[in-house]
Design a protein around this ligand. Structure first.
Ligand SMILES: Cc1ncc(COP(=O)(O)O)c(C=O)c1O
Length: 261
């Protein structure tokens, strides 16, 4: 866990990196970051500090940027700014971007040529790649948008919906586990006295397929936000009514117990 409880910092990494020249130790050769992680942005300034440290110690820097698009669309820095700090970055065309399949690896032509060889050697080559590339193009140009900050795209709408979900949850007294900075809202179900199984059931009753406490807003959810938010409100209302019932029962039990002693 990062010390600040939100995102990894240079201090977290430096504490765990092995950069001495002792022949008995195992020197750190690569640092791998994930941005966004749990929907939370690792700020550009922090990535710059980590990249400088990596360069200084000749450590390769990779970023799992499956959801890096979300950070850029949220205004945290352009794709170019984030990617230029790293030796390699992988980004997904699926997830919030909506393509059915596909990821891309970004790096120098030397690294990409080597990666192509490795991919082929482990059976990962795809000759008829057009069926994957076509939806990926739509995902980038239309969902993310044509600019490096997602200008003209659809992701920001999903971020607004994630915030609306947080606000709705907060109105009932709910707390979230991570700050809502992009398209994810992590409900603290435990503090709300609700099991995942019960939450899923309440979702089913309201016509929502929920999988757990991580609610991810897709751009198509943003396009149907009135309907989705109404159903979620129904789920949250029932959940908090049940919690109030549990709290009352507990209070009665406690007072009976006190009366007996
Ligand atoms: C953070 C993260 N990185 C990488 C991946 C892998 O993506 P792909 O299977 O498209 O390479 C996923 C997929 O779920 C992911 O969530």
């Amino acid at each position: 866990m990062p010390e600040n409880g939100i995102y990894l910092t240079l201090e977290d990494i430096a504490r765990n990196a092995c950069i001495d020249e002792d022949v008995h130790s195992c020197p750190t050769k690569v640092i791998t970051l994930e941005n966004t992680l749990n929907g939370v942005i690792m700020p550009l300034r922090e990535m710059k500090r980590i990249a400088a440290f990596a360069r200084q110690h000749r450590i390769a820097l990779h970023c799992d940027g499956a959801r890096l698009w979300e950070a850029s669309a949220a205004g945290a820095g352009s794709l170019v700014e984030f990617c230029s700090l790293c030796d390699t970055v992988s980004l997904c065309f699926s997830k919030g971007l909506g393509a059915p399949i596909g990821s891309i690896l970004v790096g120098s032509s030397e690294i990409i040529n080597r990666a192509r060889w490795i991919r082929k050697s482990i059976g990962g080559g795809l000759r008829q790649a057009g069926v994957v590339a076509a939806p990926a193009r739509v995902a980038v140009d239309e969902t993310f948008g044509k600019g490096p900050n997602g200008e003209g795209g659809l992701l920001q709408d999903s971020h607004i919906v994630a915030k609306m979900i947080e606000d709705l949850w907060a109105r009932f007294g709910g707390k979230v586990l991570y700050p809502v900075q992009t398209n994810m809202c992590w409900l603290d179900l435990k503090a709300a006295g609700c099991s995942t199984a019960r939450f899923v059931e309440l979702g089913q009753d309201a016509g929502l397929k929920l999988m757990g406490n991580r609610l991810v807003a897709h751009y198509q959810i943003a396009q149907n936000q009135d309907d989705v938010l109404q159903r979620l409100e129904q789920v949250f209302r029932r959940l908090w009514e049940e919690k109030a019932g549990q709290d009352t029962e507990e209070a009665i039990e406690n007072s009976l117990y006190r009366n007996e002693t």
